[in-house]
Design a protein around this ligand. Structure first.
Ligand SMILES: *Cc1c(COP(=O)(O)O)cnc(C)c1O
Length: 365
């Protein structure tokens, strides 16, 4: 045994990522409200483009993703040569850590943050520095106070996952202004399309003008392409060129790229998804707040973090929902045994979830 290959100690320090469930403990298929996917599915144009790509499966994809970059440039007004892409924005987050940090360096993220940040940090041998929240929301002052001369990267999701909380444009600008120029600020905007346009946090503008800001985006959430693993990042030409050195040469398939390009053309799908989400997120949050001992953390994303602060616990609620056929995300491993993260699904699903929660609150009272 002593001669067996030894994993690096920082790799063994990683707690494996736990994905959202689609089945119950006894294997029954349940409604999946555990991974923040789009209840409307995928735009029809994207599905058609994906089917057409099946005629070219013998070819390697274009390593430069020229079609995708051109489409993103038109859609978002970004420069095609300042884009990097990856196998989901997960890979782009790993590229950021791997390009700018290593053993002896520190990477900051918030306590209730996206689980991938800690994995990406430890994977490269860097040290995660975890900062406290302000009633579940990102605390800019706490982040700035945690910066040392070893800090290389700060990961901030806006809106944040799993809390759904949101930092205003002013807060993001203040965070950026307070960071040393040598620290890369990664603004993870996986849920940005769910925001009202007035809530834009100015991330793309910052990444255009500042030499130390990377914005990441994904096709996994509002665009309904989680299975296809397409993510991208926007930053200065220098940052992007460095990250390209270590990305996978063929990050995603021809079908994935074609589907992503086509998804960008369906503005009506995105608008309908955002509108549905706004309406049912508001309704669901109100219903939760009306239940004794439950509280909905104010969310700008396509999910709500429900806090169980009374007789009904997060664990009991999680199991009751699962038994009733609804998978949600219970996150004791992330320090949130008192909470469930629940994706906004269809109207029918949200009404059923509230019925289960109400029945459980009454049962334990
Ligand atoms: C879902 C999510 C992502 C997206 O991951 P993909 O790899 O693009 O599917 C990134 N960041 C956050 C905070 C997320 O919740």
């Amino acid at each position: 045994m002593t001669n067996a290959p030894a994993p690096k100690p920082w790799i063994m320090g990683i707690a494996p990522y736990v994905p959202g469930r689609a089945t119950s403990e006894d294997g029954r298929k349940v409604a999946k409200l555990s991974s923040n996917e789009n209840p409307f599915g995928t735009p029809e144009a994207a599905r058609a483009a994906y089917r057409d790509a099946a005629d070219h499966l013998e070819r390697y994809p274009d390593a430069g993703a020229a079609d995708l970059r051109a489409a993103l440039a038109v859609h978002y007004g970004v420069e095609a040569d300042r884009l990097v892409y990856g196998t989901g924005s997960d890979e782009v987050l790993h590229l950021a850590a791997g390009t700018f940090a290593g053993p002896g360096d520190e990477i900051i993220h918030v306590r209730y943050g996206f689980a991938v940040y800690e994995i990406a940090t430890r994977r490269v041998g860097a040290t995660p520095v975890v900062v406290a929240d302000r009633d579940y929301a990102t605390d800019v002052d706490a982040i700035l106070a945690a910066v040392t001369d070893r800090t290389r990267v700060v990961f901030v999701a806006n809106p944040n996952n799993p809390t759904g909380t949101y930092s205003t444009r002013e807060e993001i600008a203040r965070l950026h202004a307070g960071l040393p120029a040598s620290v890369l600020l990664v603004l993870d905007q996986a849920y940005t399309e769910y925001l009202d346009p007035a809530d834009d946090d100015g991330g793309l503008e910052l990444a255009r003008t500042a030499p130390n800001v990377l914005v990441t985006r994904t096709f996994s959430k509002i665009f309904g392409l989680a299975s296809e693993r397409v993510g991208w990042g926007y930053a200065s030409p220098e940052i992007i060129a460095a990250m390209h050195r270590i990305r996978a040469p063929f990050a995603f398939s021809i079908g994935a790229q074609a589907a992503a390009v086509a998804a960008l053309t369906d503005d009506a799908f995105v608008a309908r998804s955002r509108e549905h989400n706004r309406r049912w997120r508001g309704w669901f949050s109100d219903q939760v707040d009306a239940l004794s001992g439950l509280r909905a953390v104010p969310s700008k994303a396509n999910f709500v973090l429900v806090l169980f602060e009374g007789a009904l616990t997060g664990e009991v609620a999680y199991k009751a929902l699962m038994t009733a056929g609804y998978a949600t995300r219970w996150l004791p491993g992330q320090g949130l045994p008192q909470a469930l993260r629940i994706t906004i699904g269809t109207e029918e699903e949200m009404r059923a979830v509230v019925d289960v929660l109400r029945a459980e609150v009454e049962r334990v009272a």
